[in-house]
Design a binder for this molecule. Sequence first.
Ligand code: ZN
Length: 300
Amino acid sequence: VDVGVDVGGTKVLAAVVGEDGTPLRTHSVPTPPKESGARRLEQTLADAVQAVAAGHPVGRVGVAAAAFVDSDRRRAMFAPHLAWRGEPAAERLEQLLGAPVLLENDATCAAWAEATAGAARGAGSSLTVTVGTGIGGGIVLGDRLLRGSNGMAGEFGHVTVVPDGIACPCGGRGCWERYVSGAALLAAAVARGARGVRTGDDVTGAALSGDEAALGAFTELGGWLGRGLAGLVAVLDPEVVVVGGGVGASGELLLGPARARLARDVVGHGHRRLPDLRAAHHGPEAGLLGAVALARRELR
Ligand SMILES: [Zn+2]
C-alpha cells in the first residue's frame, strides 16, 4: 500500500491512499517535541506508517512536512516547529521502512493535490494559498509544480505587506501571514469586542451565527488576504486561486471580502479577467494526498 504522512508542528497524520487518490485509513499521533531530536521524529513517522499500513507491505511513501525541503526532496533543511536542521530525512526513513520515500513541503503538496485532483483540477495554472498558523502555498503551471532553485518556492507568507509592520518569528517585519492567520483572526475579533472567543474556530462559529464583531474580523482578514493575493496575481496571473488551510475552511466568510479586495487592488482591475477564487476541495489530508500523488509520479 502507498502511504502519505503529514508532519505538522502538533501532529503526525498518516493515511493509506487508494489507487483513486482517496484516503482509506488514517492514523494520527502527536508530533514529538522539537527537543527530542530528529531521530525520534523519524522513528515516530516510521511507526505511524507501519501502524496505518496494518501489516500490508509498504509501497511508496510521500511525506508532506511543515519544513523547507531541498531541491532533491531528500533533506529537511529547516523547520521552525520540527527538529530537522539539514537532516537526510528521506534516506533515514527509507532505512527504517525499507520503502522509497519522497519528502516535500506540506503546502506545496497541498497545492499539487488541489491542482491535480481538487478545486483547481483542469485549470491551466493555479495558485494555492493555505491559511492556518501561517500562510503557505504552491504554484502549479500546467502539469508542472514550480519548486524554485532551492525547492523553497511558494513561501508566500513572508512577503512584506506592511513596511516595518508587526514582527514575525522569521526575523522580518510586516510579513503577510502576520495579518492573515488563525491568530490574526482571533486578535481582530477580540479588538472588535467579540466575547467568549478563544480560537480562530470560535470566531468562525460566532460569524456564522451573525456576530458583528466576528463578521468584522473576517472582513478585515479577507481584506488582507485579497491585498496580498493582488500582488501574487499581478506576478503570476493564474487561472484559479485556491484558498485552503484551517482558516481557509471558513469558506465564503473569508473569500467574499478577499474577492472584493482583490478585484479592487489588482493591477489593471476593470480591464482584465480575474482569477477564480475558490475554497480548497481537500481538508486536513490535502498535504499527504499531494505527497502520495508526487511519490507515485516521481518514485519508480
Ligand atoms: Zn515572516
